[in-house]
Write a protein that binds this ligand. Sequence first.
Ligand code: FES
Ligand code: FES
Length: 169
Amino acid sequence: MEINAESCALDLDNRTTLLDALREHLGLTGTKKGCDHGQCGACTVLVDGLRMNSCLLLAVALDGAQVTTVEGLSSDAVLHPVQQAFIDHDAFQCGYCTPGQICSAVGAITEAASGWPSAATAQERPVGSVALTEAEIRERMSGNLCRCGAYVNIVSAVAEAAEAAREAG
Ligand code: FES
Ligand code: FES
């Protein structure tokens, strides 16, 4: 696999999930284990640009895939705009869900900009031209739970990052 833009060869038991490969074999503990069965979103990473629950993926099935974790979003000590927005909007309390929320938001903003429909929009969105409403952000982020209930500030952070991405084209 390519993990955070670095080629990586792993010799794993074929039952190892991507989540355990990241945390236990590569020391990338930014990706969190919440439920370990696809219900909370704490383990969300980007696989070939799409957000996925890493607890539900077998690492051996991802031979050749490009995986991005929360550690791989920043570059040269500069935070990704979504990471910065979460800080600016104080969009966390304990922070346990935050890496998954951030990876999911990066994926959600890309999906919305590329015209993927959501239940809230109910139809194809015009590519890149429409700001995300609060309802759409909440629907697109609904796979990521926050036990601290920091949802109001998470929505503000995602809205700001989405708007900045939209303005940047
Ligand atoms: Fe993967 Fe909860 S740990 S969805
Ligand atoms: Fe604590 Fe979300 S900030 S679970």
